[in-house]
Ligand binder design. Structure first.
Ligand code: AMP
Length: 205
């Protein structure tokens, strides 16, 4: 199961979500389902407009590296400059590769699962609506367990999409209990050298 975190807080945020979805479709990346969409308070740089955030589950034949490159190409095509300053400043669209099944990466350009997951309620909140049982090996925890640990009040609220904006479907209930290939964790790294490498990339929440 592959999950992408989507965020926007500049311009027409709903249109940016819709355009990102259409772009993904046009390059053969299907959004199977979306979490509900939340309006959230900025994290990091606080003096900026409110965000819309959601998590999308996608299918693709692309490798994690090629998928990340595609997400970055979409960000740029929708008007986001290649390097946003400040790091956590306002953006038309932000597409983060949160998890690619049970894949683990720790390279200068790609960390998988995304290293900031445990600290971000605007990711864990929507993800918990969509796939609470999805297991994240670096933290030996499911999305729901990380969500319970980071739960902060007042981080955001669900917002209904406006009429007439095409967006991916939101299921009424989470459906991931069955068929989550990484739950229970079958491929958790166990060798000491792999564990040591992991601890360099991911801090405990
Ligand atoms: P951001 O400004 O938060 O979108 O961060 C983008 C930078 O983070 C890029 O240089 C990416 O190469 C890097 N990066 C590392 N791992 C990931 C990931 N899992 N998803 C998205 N960006 C990543």
């Amino acid at each position: 199961m592959i999950f992408i975190g989507v965020g926007s807080n500049l311009g027409d945020r709903w249109k940016a979500f819709s355009d990102a979805w259409q772009y993904l479709l046009s390059v053969g990346i299907e959004v199977i389902q979306s979490s509900p969409i939340y309006e959230t308070y900025p994290w990091g740089e606080r003096e900026q407009p409110l965000y819309l955030n959601a998590v999308w589950q996608v299918t693709t034949h692309l490798s994690p590296e090629a998928l990340l490159e595609t997400l970055q190409a979409i960000e740029q095509s929708l008007g986001r400059p290649p390097s946003v300053r400040p790091r956590w400043g306002a953006r038309i669209i932000d597409l983060d590769l949160l998890a690619y099944g049970a894949e683990i990466r720790c390279t200068p350009t790609l960390t998988l699962p995304h290293p900031w997951i445990p600290h971000r309620p605007f990711v864990l909140g929507p993800w918990n609506d969509l796939a609470p049982y999805f297991y994240l090996p670096p933290w030996k925890a499911t999305v729901n367990e990380l969500w319970q640990r980071c739960h902060s009040s007042g981080w955001g609220h669900r917002v209904p999409p406006p009429q007439g904006i095409p967006l991916p479907m939101t299921p009424s209930k989470p459906t991931q209990h069955a068929g989550n290939p990484s739950f229970p964790p079958a491929s958790e790294p166990s060798k000491p050298e792999i564990q040591a490498k992991l601890s360099l990339c991911w801090k405990k929440p």
